[in-house]
Design a protein around this ligand. Structure first.
Ligand code: FES
Length: 286
């Protein structure tokens, strides 16, 4: 009998990305594509939202992918199989809208590739023709490649440095793809990744009137609509990323406001991160 929140498996997906398989039977049973969990790596620590990249209800496991960018993500990624994550709350947020739209293009950038996997799977199961596009700085960042390829009708990779696939951003690839396939009717685009990437994809699809869904990553605290820290503006209305999203119509999102709100605690995050790294170094040299 496993203990809840125990890490069953750990995979290093790249120099700054780690994936955990965690025993969470209730979350694994209830979670749907597009939903997320809020995690604390220690009891007094900050809460961070992480998208559920995959789940297996029969085994009671979920998969979460962590990009080591701050103190908490670095601490969490130092956990090993057998360790127990103190707090995992979820599944939170609205599930992705899944139906047979026809042809869907699903785009993942960086660590945003991970949450595209359950969406790709469920879109395919719903009968869609799925075109998957994943992008990263270089070929080492193209995570979940084989799994995504397996569930896609067409599969493309993009790298900034040209080390694999199309050389350039996923948005540049999309421009080329649309130009080269004028007869292909695209019914929906889903883009998940850094804010700039999602905005760039929306800028490409807007003139064509292609409905584009993005998954937003505002700062979150409780993840249940109580604290207001995840406020985003969509179509001129204030909405909460955690309960109204995380997925929204990308053509209505105020990306400028989202970026500036994500920067609010940048200095504090930097200080906490530097302190953590200092302490960590001290412990390693003791
Ligand atoms: S995270 Fe608190 S309201 Fe959304």
């Amino acid at each position: 009998m496993q203990a809840e929140n125990r890490i069953i498996d750990k995979s290093i997906l790249g120099s700054d990305t780690v994936s955990f398989t965690v025993y969470c039977p209730v979350i694994a049973k209830k979670a749907k594509a597009g939903q997320f969990v809020v995690i604390r790596a220690r009891n007094e620590g900050e809460r961070i939202p992480l998208t559920i990249a995959d789940r297996d209800p029969a085994k009671g496991i979920i998969n979460i992918t962590i990009l080591k960018i701050g103190k908490t993500s670095r601490l969490l990624s130092s956990f090993e199989p057998g360790d127990i994550i103190p707090d995992i709350a979820g599944p939170l947020g609205k599930p992705s809208e899944i139906e047979n739209f026809g042809t869907v293009v699903i785009i993942g950038g960086g660590v945003g590739i991970a949450p595209t996997l359950p969406i790709i799977k469920t879109m395919k199961e719903a009968g869609n023709y799925v075109i998957s596009v994943i992008g990263a700085r270089n070929c080492n960042g193209l995570i979940f490649k084989e799994a995504i390829k397996t569930h896609s009708d067409e599969f493309y990779t993009c790298t900034d440095d040209g080390s694999e696939g199309f050389k350039g951003f996923v948005s540049d690839f999309l421009i080329e793809y649309i130009k080269q396939h004028p007869d292909k009717k695209i019914d929906r685009v889903v883009a998940i990744g850094p804010v700039l990437m999602m905005k760039a994809v929306c800028d490409v699809t807007r003139p064509y009137g292609l409905k584009t869904i993005v998954s937003l990553n505002p700062i979150m605290v409780d993840g249940t609509g109580m604290c207001g820290s995840c406020r985003v503006e969509v179509g001129g209305k204030t909405m909460f990323g955690c309960v109204d999203g995380p997925e929204f119509d990308g053509h209505l999102v105020d990306f400028k406001l989202l970026s500036s709100r994500l920067d609010i605690y940048r200095e504090e995050e930097k200080t906490a991160y530097n302190k953590y790294m200092e302490n960590h170094k001290c412990k390693m040299s003791q």
